[in-house]
Ligand binder design. Structure first.
Ligand code: ZN
Length: 326
């Protein structure tokens, strides 16, 4: 197959001019809007603050992720600098995320024991192999509320829990740095709270409103990426279960919003999620072309952007009871 030879070619092209422009534009807009908190200090500033959060989100989704795969810039060092930079406002360790993404998520999506987010059923049960708790039966109702408040939950609860789990783990994986962990949290606190309140004299109530709005917009923008594995009808695997790696990717992944140029641009081609999972080392601008070839192996109609949300919540409802096909 033609695309297989491209995957092996180390000189295969990187991101194009359009992707590079987005990678500069998004962080630039995020910083400009953040400076907007110093203007009126009322609802206008709160909206600027929220949009700053949202633009950082798009910088991570559209470009940071490609940098994690070393496909945004030619230099590996510049890629690393870029993703570390755009991850800073999220208060989490970019290197640990990159490690998890490349070594655990990509080779084995929806596989119990590999995907930390999938295994953790503290708040929401995302896998039929995870523990079922009594409150999960209501998860279809409370998930939208939780998603709207998930930004601070991820930074202040989930990230420290994962840090401790990896830190204590005896497995041969990248050990998290304690200094980097606290430095990330410190930068997060300074950027979102300390500087706006003490330097820009931003009204605390408007700041909290802006932060909530920004983190809610951010989390809901991330959902389609997770939902393209966690949709009604997806497959799950156990770590010991052997499966053809290509089939594993195809059975656990679905494309979304592929008819929209805006979705493709904002999601950095991640809406062609099957192409990304089969060929993560290819630059995203080739994904639409590759998808035509993937369809020859297994045709799977892409879901519409909003349709994907509906299928994700159908899955949450199915996982709220024991009776789900694995
Ligand atoms: Zn990826």
């Amino acid at each position: 197959m033609k695309i297989l030879s491209c995957d092996r070619d180390k000189n295969f092209p990187f991101a194009g001019a359009r992707e590079l422009s987005v990678s500069i534009l998004m962080p630039l807009l995020a910083i400009l809007f953040w400076l907007g908190v110093s203007i009126t200090k009322d609802i206008f500033s709160a909206l600027c603050y929220a949009f700053s959060y949202w633009f950082w989100t798009w910088a991570v989704i559209s470009s940071g992720h490609q940098a994690v795969h070393k496909r945004l810039f030619v230099s590996p060092l510049v890629n690393r600098f870029y993703y570390r930079f755009v991850f800073l406002p999220f208060g989490i360790d970019a290197d640990l995320w990159a490690e998890r993404h490349n070594r655990a998520h990509h080779p084995r999506p929806n596989t119990q024991g590999y995907d930390l987010d999938l295994d953790d059923s503290t708040f929401i049960r995302l896998s039929p192999y995870s523990e079922l708790r009594w409150y999960h039966r209501f998860q279809g109702f409370y998930a939208p509320i939780l998603y709207s408040f998930a930004g601070p939950i991820v930074v202040l609860i989930q990230d420290p829990m994962q840090f401790l789990r990896v830190y204590r783990s005896k497995a041969n994986e990248l050990k998290p740095s304690v200094i980097r962990f606290f430095l990330n949290k410190l930068i997060w606190t300074f950027y979102w709270f300390f500087i706006p309140v003490f330097v820009f004299d931003f009204n605390l109530r408007w700041m909290l409103f802006g932060f909530w709005l920004g983190s809610a917009l951010s989390f809901w923008s991330f959902i389609p990426i997770g939902a393209s594995h966690l949709y009604n009808g997806t497959r799950y695997f156990l770590s010991r279960q052997d499966a053809d790696s290509r089939q594993r990717q195809l059975d656990t992944t679905i494309d979304f919003g592929t008819s929209s140029r805006i979705v493709t641009l904002l999601y950095g081609g991640l809406n062609y999620h099957r192409a990304h999972h089969l060929y993560p080392k290819l630059a995203s601008r080739y994904y639409s072309e590759i998808t035509l070839q993937i369809d020859e192996i297994q045709y799977k109609e892409a879901l519409g952007f909003w349709e994907l949300f509906r299928e994700h919540f159908r899955l949450l409802n199915a996982l709220s009871t024991k009776t789900i096909q694995k």
